[in-house]
Write a protein that binds this ligand. Structure first.
Ligand SMILES: [Mg+2]
Length: 196
């Protein structure tokens, strides 16, 4: 078995998953590309990357937690990261008026270049571009912001596959869809906490 999924397979998985979870977007000015939507999804992405990092630190510290439980917690945070990468991609594509909004699937499809930067560099550069767009309305850096989103997506896919193997990506997306659809059915998309 191959050690990683092909780009086309990831694209197909992300397209299907996004069609299930994207309609559950619950935040200010969703799907407008407006300032609140751009800022919210950027902040959400940073928050989830922080949660992912906390779960990784838990790995080292919480040796008493069963391995399966630790893996599941980290994989759920990974799903949250993908969700915000998808949401941010939509908002950038709409707000910068640069392409048909296709979310993360569009980013994976569009032949964007994934620069080999660190996680914090990608996040910082996205934040800078969005900040300037909010301040000046400048649209000229749209391709860079999508390149950095692509870079983050590639980075997290690679990290996950190295840790758990290629079968983890479909699992992460399924976990995320189940969690969000369950919250939607219970009217619990607002609020906070992993287990609501
Ligand atoms: Mg989370």
């Amino acid at each position: 078995m191959s050690e990683h999924l092909e780009d086309a397979e990831v694209h197909q998985l992300v397209t299907k998953w996004s069609s299930r979870v994207r309609p559950l977007g619950f935040y200010p000015d969703v799907n407008t590309g407006g300032p609140l939507a751009l800022a919210y999804t950027m902040l959400g992405l940073v928050g989830e990357v922080g949660e992912w990092n906390t779960k990784l630190l838990d790995y080292a510290q919480a040796a008493k937690t069963p391995r399966d439980a630790r893996d599941l917690a980290a994989q759920q945070e990974l799903g949250d990261i993908f969700w915000y990468l998808d949401a941010l991609s939509y908002e950038v594509q709409i707000g910068f008026k640069v392409m048909e909004p296709e979310g993360l699937a569009g980013v994976l499809q569009a032949g964007l270049i994934s620069e080999s930067l660190t996680l914090i560099e990608h996040l910082g550069r996205i934040a800078e571009i969005i900040k300037k767009h909010l301040r000046d309305g400048t649209n000229k850096h749209w391709i860079q912001v999508l390149n950095h989103i692509r870079g983050l997506a590639d980075m997290f896919i690679q990290l996950a596959e190295e840790q758990w193997g290629p079968e983890v990506i479909p699992k992460v997306l399924e976990l995320n869809a189940e969690k969000l659809l369950s919250r939607a059915a219970r009217g619990a998309l607002g609020g906070s906490g992993d287990s609501r």
